[in-house]
Design a protein around this ligand. Structure first.
Ligand code: GLP
Length: 243
């Protein structure tokens, strides 16, 4: 795991975007795994800028990590809406190449199975972008006694509902479950880029730097992956003790 500490949110965003830009330049048909949340917004801005300067997204294939159960794609809190607004509507991606789990599928189990199959059919994910929850979750793989390998419906922890309520009018509006990629697709990605900003993430980041796999901190599993870059700002790095 390689840790890069940048000064602030803006530098973290730029450093993250540079890695994705390099990936797209070296393979124009890259399969990208994408994340939502407050953290990658700045990074997506840089990607849109890069597109405006000539970066080509036409052959890029994307798979998003997760979607809230019950939210339609046109709901401004849905991750589909977020992705359209922050990236897809602003670059020349082929809409057929975009994959986001549906939160309103009539047969959610079948959909989860098909999601994993389509990732495999595309040859797996070349570069997976991740944020991290305050409790160390990735995607919506929450702390627990076990972690799921495949795409599944996850119940959100109170901690996550509270953290994500800042995007909703009131906490009761936050969905209590979500479809999320499991740890299998994430760990099978050829490369992983994790971004974290602010002191609310410092504890989780300190934990993933300890050489211990703790299922109460799902992101600690990333230590078993051979190619992970973690980009932090000073706040997120403030409890990091790199030996
Ligand atoms: C959500 C998402 C995660 C994201 C996390 C952190 O729960 N499912 O993929 O990493 O929030 O979000 P933020 O970047 O807003 O702190």
């Amino acid at each position: 795991m390689k840790f890069i500490v940048t000064k602030n949110y803006e530098e973290m965003s730029k450093a993250g975007a540079d890695i994705i830009i390099e990936q797209i330049k070296s393979k124009s048909s890259s399969v990208l795994g994408l994340a939502t949340g407050g953290t990658p917004v700045g990074m997506y801005k840089h990607l849109v800028e890069a597109y405006n300067k000539g970066l080509d997204f036409s052959k890029i294939v994307t798979f998003n990590l997760d979607e809230y159960v019950g939210l339609k794609p046109d709901n401004p809190q849905s991750y589909r809406y977020y992705m359209d607004k922050n990236l897809f509507n602003n670059v020349n991606i082929n809409k057929d190449n975009i994959h986001i789990p549906s939160g309103i599928s009539g047969n959610i189990d079948k959909e989860c199975e098909e999601y994993d199959e389509s990732i495999s059919k595309m040859g797996g994910i070349d570069l997976q972008v991740l944020g991290i929850g305050r409790n160390g979750h990735i995607g919506f793989n929450e702390p627990g006694d076990t972690l799921k390998v495949k795409t599944h419906v996850a119940k959100l922890s109170q901690n996550t509902i509270k953290a994500n309520s800042r995007f909703f009018n009131k906490i009761e509006d936050v969905p209590t479950s979500a479809v999320t990629m499991g740890l299998g697709s994430i760990m099978k990605s050829k490369k992983i880029l994790l971004l974290a900003s602010g002191s609310s993430k410092a504890q989780a980041i300190a934990k993933i730097a300890e050489p211990i796999i703790d299922l109460k901190v799902p992101a600690s599993l990333l230590q078993l992956h051979p190619n992970v870059v973690v980009i932090l700002d000073e706040g997120a790095a403030s409890m990091l003790n790199l030996k």
